[in-house]
Design a protein around this ligand. Structure first.
Ligand SMILES: NC(=O)c1ccc[n+]([C@@H]2O[C@H](COP(=O)([O-])OP(=O)(O)OC[C@H]3O[C@@H](n4cnc5c(N)ncnc54)[C@H](OP(=O)(O)O)[C@@H]3O)[C@@H](O)[C@H]2O)c1
Length: 256
């Protein structure tokens, strides 16, 4: 996820320098603005001088990652975490309760500028820092703010994990086409391009609701109507309620 965001930042004129700290540097980004580091020791004074430190490691190793930078960090530096389930309070405990902290939940379409990120800040984040964080995340798509941090797990469940549900939809649609006798490759091509094309239609027509977009392609008594009768009998909604509930609960577990 960190490199997905980074791809957007290298082209953003307001972002002048980026230092990446990654112990194994498997996929270093070679760019004039980017300096890659394998250890905090080569970062030197840069941690203390940073406007924003972005934390993009798995929640399970967040403690270790924070330990590496804690001593050198300035109390005015904005900490921006993208980790699922890691609360603002947990970062206040790690860095001190006066540290400006923003908890963010982006998603992987950020890599092509089509992500959406929700941000939630503690009271020590200045208006300028909020603007800077917004600039940073706007480089990879839409940005929304949330005041109630307890809803961040639901955001994670819907949009953070959401791309995986859409990819699964492609797989399922392709399998169903194969069951009807279509060649597997053709069925996969049909399913994939249908999701791509439908997403593009939704993107090009932001003023039209999803319900309206669906109704526009459904003639009464036709094939789409027959299919939707199966999908809209309530079971799919219940399945998605359970899906989002499971992801939300996992987010809460990760924060405890
Ligand atoms: N993936 C998503 O769709 C998504 C969406 C929203 C938010 N997030 C959040 O983004 C965070 C990262 O998730 P991910 O899926 O991108 O995980 P990931 O692919 O494992 O990326 C984490 C990166 O951090 C590196 N790393 C490991 N230890 C480190 C340390 N001590 N200091 C600095 N870097 C270190 C890892 O290197 P190695 O691989 O060599 O260990 C890896 O390159 C998570 O907290 C997740 O909740 C992910």
């Amino acid at each position: 996820m960190g490199s997905a965001l980074l791809h957007g930042w290298v082209d953003e004129p307001d972002i002048k320098f980026i230092d990446v700290l990654d112990p194994r540097l498997k996929e270093p980004i070679e760019h004039l603005k980017v300096t890659n580091h394998q250890s905090a020791s080569t970062l030197g004074d840069k941690i203390g001088a940073a406007d924003i430190v972005v934390l993009a490691v798995k929640p399970q190793i967040m403690d270790k990652a924070c330990e590496q930078i804690k001593e050198a960090l300035s109390e005015n530096t904005l900490i921006l975490s993208i980790a699922a389930g890691q609360t603002i309070e947990s970062f206040e405990q790690r860095f001190g309760e006066n540290q400006p902290i923003i908890r963010a939940m982006p998603n992987t379409p950020a890599a092509i500028g089509k992500g959406i990120t929700v941000l939630c800040a503690n009271n020590h984040v200045s208006d300028e820092q909020k603007k800077n964080a917004e600039t940073l995340l706007a480089a990879s798509g839409l940005v929304e703010w949330l005041n109630d941090e307890s809803l961040m797990d639901a955001v994670t469940a819907v949009s953070g994990s959401g791309p995986a549900y859409v990819f699964l939809l492609i797989e399922i649609l392709a399998k169903a086409g194969k069951t009807q006798g279509l060649d597997p490759d053709l069925s996969m091509k049909l399913a994939r391009q249908t999701v791509i094309g439908s997403a593009a239609l939704a993107e090009g027509d932001v003023g039209t609701t999803a319900t309206q977009l669906r109704e526009n392609v459904t003639s009464p008594g036709g094939t789409t109507a027959a299919a939707l009768e199966v999908l809209m009998n309530g079971e799919l909604q219940k399945l998605y309620d359970r899906t989002i509930d499971a992801a939300t609960k996992r987010g809460k577990e990760l924060s405890s």
